[in-house]
Design a protein around this ligand. Structure first.
Ligand code: SF4
Length: 178
């Protein structure tokens, strides 16, 4: 399956800095990345259904990834002035995820099973139902790149996209499995 050019164009129009197709086999679930998901290292641990332990073990994540033939990487970079607070960075991350959600809606017209992997846990609801009740919106739910054990830097490199941590800049990455 060739990635339709219309999706790359739509990504550009939505405001992503870069978009690149890769084969599904380029999306690798690595235990050492998943091992970073711990209550000490991440506030999203055990806080919603898309982060561990609610999202299932790495084998379950691998099984999901193996069902897709292609992936579309989405990236955007913003300059962060020195005085930027965490709230501003979180708002930019939210906007990135909203853009990705708009794009996956377009893609699902043709590929209804397309699945979004992004960053920052799930913030679709004011308060997540985890762990007491099932997810309110399983169809809208997205996955977490880190919970899936995906090395974002490695994945960007496979798609020919630059990725680095630079002072004064922030880069967000999402991946739509198609
Ligand atoms: S959609 Fe709502 S209930 Fe489901 S994981 Fe996200 S925040 Fe939780």
């Amino acid at each position: 399956m060739k990635m339709p050019d219309t999706y790359l164009k739509a990504a550009q129009e939505l405001g992503f800095t870069a978009a690149a197709p890769v084969n599904g086999s380029a999306v690798v679930c690595r235990p050492e990345i998943r091992a970073q998901c711990t209550p000490k290292k991440c506030k999203n641990y055990a806080a919603n259904w898309i982060c561990p332990p609610g999202c299932g073990d790495l084998e379950q994540c691998e099984k999901i990834v193996s069902e897709y033939e292609k992936a579309l990487l989405l990236q955007e970079t913003h300059a962060l002035p020195e005085e930027t607070d965490l709230k501003h960075a979180a708002a930019l991350a939210r906007e990135h995820n909203q853009r990705a959600e708009k794009l996956i809606k377009i893609i699902r017209r043709k590929y209804p099973k397309a699945f979004l992997l992004t960053t920052g846990g799930c913030n679709l609801c004011e308060t997540c139902t985890y762990p007491g009740e099932p997810c309110r919106y399983p169809q809208k739910q997205r996955g977490s790149l880190s919970a899936f054990g995906i090395d974002v830097s490695e994945l960007c490199s496979k798609g020919g996209l630059a990725f680095s941590f630079e002072k004064g800049k922030v880069t967000f990455v999402s991946c739509i499995l198609i």
